[in-house]
Design a protein around this ligand. Structure first.
Ligand code: OAD
Ligand code: ZN
Length: 235
């Protein structure tokens, strides 16, 4: 059983599974978002160019669900871990729902962007989603009148914070991946990088993960049950 101390440099990568117990849908599970929508239609630059109204509808619905959602005991356990480890703790998320920050985590690396921000497709001005008028089918930039888009990384685009993440992965003692299926790169490859540079790896998931060959210790079950128990044992 992997143990941690205050000196353990811990990197955590979370995915949609950690927010499932907050009532937000995952992508690839049964009942997941990709059952109703084709990825190509709502999560690629090409899909947005073809039908921006459809894409905006998809993200407006997800934004409204995220602002109504509350963090769960899994998110809360990671806040305790951050307080325990201080600068040795790093939280990376593929989630765009803002629930880690709402729970009290700080400095979260939101590698796939966030539903809470948008930007102009022409002049690149940034907006908080809360300050723009979401009523029109196509929200526009108040500075130049062009179409806004969600601050979300789509397939074919480069995730945010990759240089910082690479540095953390090379210099950690343990990487935990929580509630992520291990299907989407580059995040799915983080376990390989961490192992290559000498770290241990752990997964917390309801089900098996696609990158399980690189996982040293697997905890099967709900993040909201497992994380509080691990944290109680460690901190
Ligand atoms: P997925 O939907 O691919 O995987 C969710 C994972 O969470 C699955 O492995 C489930 O078994 C697990 N899970 C579900 N409920 C859980 C719970 N209560 N506790 C623990 N695990 C649970 O979601 P991601 O791996 O996050 O990207 O998907 C990665 C990326 O693919 C997303 O960021 C998104 C998507 O397309 C973009 O849109 C760019
Ligand atoms: Zn603009």
């Amino acid at each position: 059983m992997i143990q941690i101390t205050k000196d353990t440099r811990l990197v955590i990568l979370t995915g949609a599974g950690i927010s499932a117990e907050s009532g937000l849908r995952t992508f690839r599970d049964s009942g997941g978002l990709w059952e109703d929508q084709r990825v190509e239609d709502v999560a690629t630059p090409e899909g947005f160019a073809r039908d921006p109204k459809l894409v905006w509808r998809f993200y407006k619905t997800r934004y409204k669900a995220a602002i109504d959602a509350q963090p769960n005991s899994g998110h809360a356990a990671l806040v305790i871990l951050e307080k325990f480890l201080g600068k040795n703790f790093c939280l990376i998320t593929q989630n765009v729902d803002g629930l880690h920050t709402k729970a009290g985590s700080t400095g979260v690396l939101e590698m796939h962007g966030t539903l809470y921000e948008c930007y102009c497709t022409k002049c690149l001005a940034m907006y908080r989603t809360a300050e723009i008028d979401l009523d029109p089918d196509l929200p526009v930039c108040s500075k130049c009148g062009s179409m806004l888009r969600p601050y979300i990384v789509w397939f074919g685009e480069i995730p945010y914070h990759l240089p910082e993440i690479e540095g953390k992965l090379r210099n950690c003692d343990l990487l935990m991946i929580i509630g992520t299926s291990g299907n989407v790169y580059p995040a799915a490859g983080f376990v390989m990088t961490a192992k290559y540079f000498g770290a241990s790896t752990m997964a917390v998931n309801l089900d098996t993960v696609a990158n399980s060959d690189y996982i040293d210790e697997f905890h099967q079950g709900k993040a909201g049950d497992i994380l509080p128990k691990l944290v109680e044992q460690w901190c």
